[in-house]
Design a protein around this ligand. Structure first.
Ligand SMILES: Nc1ncnc2c1ncn2[C@@H]1O[C@H](COP(=O)(O)OP(=O)(O)O)[C@@H](O)[C@H]1O
Ligand SMILES: [Mg+2]
Length: 253
């Protein structure tokens, strides 16, 4: 049984179908990449899966339970949490206070919540910012805070929406290391990303959206050679370079 299963998901805004009949699943312990051009429906899909939106139709199953249309906090309590593409920390509050908001979701015990929050701050390289207001930080630190707040809910599955967009190359590498570390610790990751060099080498599987629908799904190497994906998103030159780079996981056995 996959940890997450999305079946026939549609999300319509008036006459626009931002997601059209999307189906895919995420196995426990995997890193799955969700890619596609701007406006292809990636964030909308995250909004539907995480409970921010109620999908027009279709089903979302998490850990064997139908969570379609449940509110975001209920889904988060079950262990599915997401970060936002546009990070909006509680600016006046300190980094610690922001992360505590996440920690309290699944911990009613004050000491336990604090312990969890401190561990997540450390994990996300935010110790020196611990007592500073979140609003004063750089975008790189805000993105890390977003991840720390999500991790503080002790999730099984983390949805990362462009967690490395806008970061310096050093920060990108740190974030990638962090994500790989999460997988090592047994977490499952579904991540949206435009920086192919960051997402492709660490993904076990890649799902590609275009115009709201899924156009491809498979191991990164297969995806990098997929003609439709090349046309819709990656471009031929880039695909070739990626396929030949030797950093992508092997094709299906
Ligand atoms: N709340 C909304 N109301 C109306 N249209 C929306 C809404 N959210 C997203 N859309 C539209 O849905 C499409 C997909 O958007 P989005 O999911 O943000 O794409 P992506 O994250 O892949 O860039 C876009 O055409 C966008 O304008
Ligand atoms: Mg988006």
């Amino acid at each position: 049984m996959p940890l997450l299963d999305v079946r026939g998901l549609w999300m319509k805004f008036g006459s626009l179908a931002a997601n059209r009949d999307v189906s895919f699943s995420v196995e426990e312990g995997q890193i799955v990449g969700l890619i596609g051009p701007n406006g292809s429906g990636k964030t909308t899909l995250f909004n539907c899966v995480s409970g921010l939106y109620r999908p027009t139709s279709g089903r979302v199953t998490f850990a064997g339970k139908d969570v379609t249309g449940l509110p975001m906090h209920s889904i988060a309590r079950m262990g599915l949490v997401r970060t936002f593409q546009v990070v909006r920390p509680l600016s006046e509050m300190t980094v610690l206070e922001n992360v505590l908001v996440g920690a309290y979701l699944r911990n009613s015990d004050e000491d336990k919540a604090r312990e969890t929050a401190e561990a997540c701050i450390k994990l996300c390289f935010l110790e020196e910012w611990r007592n500073r207001p979140a609003g004063a930080m750089t975008i790189g630190n805000k993105k890390r805070l977003e991840v720390a707040r999500a991790l503080a809910t002790s999730p099984k599955l983390v949805l990362l929406d462009e967690a490395v967009a806008g970061l310096t190359s050093t920060e990108v590498n740190e974030m990638v290391e962090l994500i790989v570390g999460l997988k090592r610790d047994g977490k499952t990751i579904l991540m949206v990303e435009h920086i192919m060099e960051a997402i492709m080498p660490i993904s076990d599987k890649v799902v590609v959206l275009n115009g709201g629908g899924k156009i491809a799904e498979g191991p990164p190497r297969e995806i990098s050679r997929n003609a439709e994906v090349m046309t819709a998103y990656l471009g031929e030159k880039f695909s070739k370079r990626l396929a030949e780079s030797g950093v992508l996981k092997e094709d299906r056995p």
